[in-house]
Design a protein around this ligand. Structure first.
Ligand SMILES: *Cc1c(COP(=O)(O)O)cnc(C)c1O
Length: 357
């Protein structure tokens, strides 16, 4: 079997690459599509989780970042810059490190999960913590990258979405057709756009017979597309989708409308319930933002959406290890300290059931 390099190598014919484009690769893509053991059977559908937290830096952002970095290198750039709620900066920093570029990342101060900040720092990026929100940081980055010779690698960079669409290809390659529904969290709305483009491209090439309904989910406190208006101070525990003015707003509406899908909201309580359920019933530890896709599916099913017998894929966008403080504050598990004595441990295990669920 040929050595797997990454999405550029695997899906070259569908990507904007030339002979001059370097094969930037770190094993991104080729992520597992895992069948649900608990939630799917309960809903009566064939439910799969696309585990994008298995990418090299722990989120789907790597699929698009390898494309953006390849094109920046092709263009002779030696610096890249992004504004980020965390995962974009982690990914940009990693690829920059691997390919000898300087990375400058602007993050909203105090609003970024610890694991993501740790990544940018260890990969050696210059990290600027902006005293404002993501939208403020992006505005600065947009201006800086037009005035200076620095590659912009936010998802307004068109190559990012080109790389990200490969996730849709993988799903069709594996299932033999598109699912009936794709459930996905929506922040800047780049990923829902990219998946839609990928499904459409395969369908136009007659590599799939059908197109999925695109079901996007925003957090209620950061749901501009659902409300139809910009949210000035977005608030949600799911920091990866805490976005008040999505860069790909119109593209997401197009994906929604053209696929007869929907974009709706889930509350933080629903996100956290599902985040814990995914871990405890499915063995999947994801980011709060990722749980929005599954929380949304459970919610629309409870509201009467007919999911029975359908093939449904929920995109699990990022790895739970990124955000240890949310894990600690929501799992409500007290460590049970115990003396290093066999009898004491046995006493605890035989006396009552412990913490339960
Ligand atoms: C970036 C990100 C999202 C949101 O994706 P958009 O393309 O901005 O809509 C969701 N979950 C995780 C873990 C992310 O890193």
């Amino acid at each position: 079997m040929a050595h797997y390099e990454g999405v550029i190598d695997r899906y070259r014919e569908y990507l904007p690459v030339t002979d001059a484009t370097p094969n930037v690769a770190m094993g991104e893509g080729n992520t597992p599509l895992v069948k649900s053991q608990s939630i799917g059977p309960e809903l009566g559908c064939d439910l799969y989780f696309k585990l994008e937290g298995m990418n090299p830096t722990g989120s789907f952002k790597d699929r698009g970042m390898c494309m953006a970095v390849a094109k920046a290198l092709e263009d002779g750039k030696s610096r890249l810059m992004c504004a980020s709620t965390g995962n974009t900066s982690a990914s940009a920093s990693a690829y920059a490190a691997r390919y000898g570029m300087e990375a400058i990342v602007l993050v909203p101060a105090g609003e970024i999960a610890l694991g993501k900040l740790a990544q940018a720092m260890v990969y050696g990026a210059r990290v600027l913590a902006v005293r404002g929100n993501f939208d403020d940081a992006l505005e600065i980055v947009l201006r800086a990258t037009t005035e200076m010779d620095i590659a912009l690698v936010n998802s307004v960079n068109p190559y990012r979405l080109q790389g990200q669409k490969t996730a849709a290809f993988e799903i069709v390659d594996e299932l033999g057709d598109a699912p009936h529904m794709l459930c996905i969290p929506v922040g800047n709305a780049g990923n829902i756009t990219a998946y839609w483009w990928g499904f459409k491209e395969y369908w136009e090439a007659e590599l799939s017979k059908t197109l999925p309904r695109m079901m996007g989910f925003q957090a209620e406190g950061a749901s501009p597309i659902v409300q139809g208006k910009r949210v000035k101070n977005p608030e949600t525990i799911a920091t990866a989708i805490r976005i008040g003015n999505p860069a790909n707003w119109e593209n997401a509406e197009d994906a929604r409308d053209a696929s007869k899908g929907a974009i709706s909201a889930v509350t933080d309580a629903e996100i956290i319930d599902t985040y814990l359920r995914l871990a405890r019933d499915e063995g999947i530890f994801c980011e709060p933002a990722s749980a929005a896709s599954v929380a949304g599916l459970i919610k629309i099913a409870s509201q009467g959406e007919d999911v029975a017998g359908q093939t449904i894929v929920c995109v699990i966008t990022g790895n739970g290890l990124k955000d240890p403080s949310t894990a600690e504050s929501t799992a409500h598990v007290e460590l049970e300290y115990v003396e290093p004595k066999y009898d004491t441990v046995m006493g605890l295990l035989t006396n009552g059931s412990g913490r339960g669920r």
